[in-house]
Ligand binder design. Structure first.
Ligand SMILES: [Zn+2]
Length: 330
């Protein structure tokens, strides 16, 4: 082979030689040639240098790229952790919120249902004590009501402990039948009997129970978002009243204005105390005691009164008031 022809072949084979993909014999042939041919040796060296340079550049680029990717991955991981934490906190907060709503809802609905069950009672008394303090007019009153129910007959005893506002409120007892527009009112202080006839029924089976429980029925009957909205404004705590464990539901829309509390005895789930305080305006405290099977027929019988004056009156009221009373009596 002529030297120039051999050089051409060797140079053509350089890339494959560098990649080390030639057969052993071909490799030996090239090595022999390079060792004896200065020009080819120089060309091979140059090619080799260029190759190394390129490889270095590529690996440098790879390193930079890897660094960048690492940084991005780190940021992504951090974002993921933050996202998971936010979701976790949200779940915990929502969980606590809804478990509180559920807890209060259970108290209200159970208590409401227990009160509704009272409507099935055939023999009971409800004693209510109401203490009012009016800070604007500066007067105070304590009013007692005791409701007796047996065999479709009722008696309501009313008395005042102190009454600065209205000293003309003597003690009285009302006697009547359920779903009747007539009742007999006896005033012992003034020795007076009034037979009153009205354009509405004085008492229904449920009127007295509804009267004690108006405060909570709206909450008990609400559903969906309205229910969540209403209940979310209520706080609940445990406390004691008359030595009995109670749930205390606290309603407070504006802490500077006042608050309202409904105390529900845990054992019976019935309301036993309602406190409403409008700061520096009006304080009202109502306590309730229920007794079952303590009434005798004679308790609701109109007693014979000698020397009492008798008066027959009509206590007709306007349609608006009548509607309100009938709503309460439903
Ligand atoms: Zn050569």
């Amino acid at each position: 082979m002529v030297k120039n022809e051999e050089c051409e072949i060797v140079r053509d084979l350089f890339p494959s030689y560098a990649e080390k993909i030639l057969s052993k014999n071909s490799e030996k042939f090239i090595e022999n040639h390079i060792n004896n041919c200065y020009e080819c040796k120089e060309i091979f060296k140059t090619l080799q240098n260029e190759r190394e340079k390129k490889e270095n550049e590529i690996s440098l680029n790879d390193q930079l790229e890897a660094k960048c990717l690492k940084k991005i991955n780190k940021k992504l991981l951090l974002l993921k952790i933050i996202f998971i934490l936010i979701i976790l906190i949200l779940v915990i907060v929502l969980g606590l919120f809804f478990s509180k709503i559920n807890h209060i809802n259970n108290i209200i609905k159970t208590s409401y249902n227990k009160t509704q069950e009272l409507k099935n009672l055939e023999n009971y008394t409800i004693s209510i004590q109401q203490h009012d303090i009016n800070y604007i007019d500066i007067n105070e009153s304590i009013f007692y009501t005791k409701y007796y129910y047996i065999n479709n007959n009722y008696k309501i005893e009313n008395s005042w402990d102190i009454s600065y506002e209205d000293t003309e409120n003597p003690s009285s007892s009302y006697y009547g039948k359920i779903n009747s527009n007539q009742r007999t009112e006896i005033y012992d202080d003034t020795k007076k009997i009034i037979n009153s006839t009205s354009n509405y029924n004085y008492e229904t089976k449920t009127s007295f129970i509804n009267f004690t429980y108006l405060d909570i029925s709206n909450y008990a009957k609400s559903n969906g978002f309205l229910n969540i909205f209403l209940i979310s404004g209520i706080k609940v705590r445990n406390d004691r009243f008359n030595g009995k464990e109670c749930y205390v539901l606290r309603f407070q829309s504006d802490p500077s204005e006042g608050y309202k509390e409904i105390w529900i005895e845990k054992e019976t789930m019935l309301p036993v105390r309602i406190v409403e305080d409008l700061f520096n305006k009006l304080y009202t405290e109502k306590t309730m005691i229920l007794n079952i099977d303590t009434v005798n027929s004679i308790d609701v019988e109109i007693p014979d009164k000698e020397g009492y004056s008798i008066e027959n009156i009509n206590t007709n009221i306007d349609d608006n008031t009548k509607e309100i009373i009938e709503q309460i009596n439903q």
